[in-house]
Design a protein around this ligand. Structure first.
Ligand code: SAH
Ligand code: SF4
Ligand code: F3S
Length: 455
């Protein structure tokens, strides 16, 4: 995952490439939340295209406006409600325009949403996308709500409408069975289920034929993947065996499911890249236990040790929650200590947000918002220092960089990723194209990127 903070992460907005023909109804889709939602949006577009819809990047031109939403924190939901009321104004100019809410927030808030946002025509949860064409047709008469979770829905037969990019996110498993005390995901995404390995491999072969070079396998606890006898390590090897795919990554693994087979696969399979997002959440055993994470800090550090000895150049990132129920000053200090001990390359850090339905919602919120804010600023500032130190230690090193395209800032510069998923910027030359792998030497570093020259 990219080292972006909460605000940016919850804002990831994907627009789908425009396709049109004058007679087709047009759909506009905005995506919030994690990579799994981005992948789901591509499935939604594939389903709607099959049903005769065209896509547009301009909401004002759309017959159907959809937001694929996230429920992970209250802040994420507030943003969507704000955006919804803006988009609702477009209905004033054309009443038959449909406005729909998809995804985790739709599942989480269900019917209550229809009250909060009465202009909604459609509310559909993550397992209802196959029925979207019908739901949209029905919504012409009355608002429709479909939030049935389905233990078997994997959309395995639907080939998502991937963007043209060197990297593609491929869903390997859906749902989550871990029920961490703070987390809404198991309630909004339902039970864990894995996509048949043969379908994943077929998808990756099709991506390779479209010049995709890097595949990221997705799942909320992706390393819990199991389809018949195939476990995650074996799935990685199957995907890595696809010709044309140069790099394989995955996110997010759960520390409790990091088997020795998986560590061995990461160490031995050259296409599996040396980077792991390994969410820890807290550095305090007391808090980890209350969160129901299923590991202690000593077990987590043992795992980090095994990973680093098997994969010496491994980069690590993590997720941290500050201000969980009952988090005292010494628990917070333990989190800061853990961050220093591990020396993460980057981290996503969040203020605890109480979520309805979760186990922790019964416990209450013991840390004030102001105090959560202080703790958040402290972890962010510590992580900036650690990230900068770690990146500066790479000065003079050389890496193969998978070229993505023009850098956002700086004319004449290209951007790509090192195997450790660090952003590398380098001067453009006419012969270098997205998808190429170039060799780059680090000449300077910030906390978030490496400036390099080509060698
Ligand atoms: N499945 C992943 C996490 C997915 S959610 C895992 O277990 O690693 C992404 C991150 O959001 C979590 O790792 C956690 O740090 C954060 N998060 C989840 N619920 C939250 C809540 N109620 N308040 C604040 N942050 C939360
Ligand atoms: Fe949420 Fe825990 Fe599942 Fe991650 S493993 S999605 S934090 S319940
Ligand atoms: Fe958000 Fe749903 Fe992902 S709650 S983090 S979009 S699984």
């Amino acid at each position: 995952m990219r080292p972006v903070r909460d605000a940016i992460r919850s804002m990831i907005t994907t627009m789908v490439a425009e396709t049109s023909s004058s007679s087709q109804p047009r759909v506009y889709l905005e995506t919030y939340g994690c990579q799994m939602n981005i992948a789901d949006s591509q499935t939604v577009i594939a389903i709607l295209r099959r049903a005769g819809y065209a896509t547009t990047e301009d909401a004002a031109q759309a017959d159907v406006i959809l937001l694929n939403t996230c429920a992970i924190r209250e802040h994420a939901e507030d943003r969507v409600l704000g955006r919804l009321s803006d988009l609702a104004r477009l209905k004033d100019t054309r009443a038959e325009r449909k406005l729909g809410l998809l995804g985790c927030m739709a599942q989480h808030n269900r019917a209550a949403l229809m009250k909060k946002a009465p202009w909604l025509d459609l509310v559909a949860g993550p397992d209802s996308y196959r029925r979207l064409p019908q739901l949209l047709a029905d919504a012409a008469l009355d608002p429709t709500v479909d939030v049935r979770l389905d233990r078997t829905e994997t959309y395995a037969d639907i080939s998502p409408a991937y963007e043209n990019s060197v990297r593609a996110y491929v869903t390997a498993m859906r749902g989550c069975d871990k029920f961490c005390a703070f987390c809404v995901v198991p309630y909004v995404r339902g039970r864990e289920r894995s996509i048949p390995a043969a379908d994943i491999v077929r998808e990756v072969q099709q991506l390779a034929a479209r010049e995709v070079k890097e595949v990221v396998l997705l799942g909320q606890t992706v390393n819990a993947y199991r389809y018949e006898q195939i476990r995650f390590g074996q799935l990685l090897r199957m995907v890595a065996a696809v010709d044309g795919i140069e790099r394989v990554r995955f996110t997010s693994p759960h520390p409790s499911d990091m088997t020795s087979d998986l560590i061995e696969t990461m160490a031995e399979e050259p296409k599996v890249q040396p980077y792991l997002h390994l969410p820890v959440q807290s550095g305090s055993d007391r808090i980890l236990c209350a969160m129901g994470r299923g590991y202690t800090i000593s077990q987590y550090l043992g795992l980090v040790g095994r990973l680093r000895s098997a994969i010496p150049d491994l980069a690590l990132s993590t997720d941290i929650i500050v201000g969980f129920h009952g988090e005292e000053e010494q628990d917070f200090a333990a989190t800061l200590g853990l961050m220093r001990t591990v020396g993460y390359d980057s981290a996503f850090m969040f203020k605890y947000s109480v979520r309805e339905h979760t186990r922790a919602s019964q416990l209450g919120d013991t840390v004030s918002d102001a105090e959560k804010g202080r703790r958040l600023r402290e972890v962010i500032s510590l992580q900036e220092t650690i990230s900068l130190e770690r990146n500066r230690a790479l000065l003079g090193s050389e890496y193969p960089v998978l070229v993505e395209g023009p850098a956002r800032r700086g004319e004449g510069r290209l951007v790509g990723k090192t195997p450790q998923f660090k952003t590398a910027v380098f001067p453009a030359t006419p012969s270098i194209r997205p998808g190429d792998i170039v060799r780059a030497r680090v000449t300077s570093a910030t906390a978030h990127s490496l400036v390099t020259t080509l060698v």
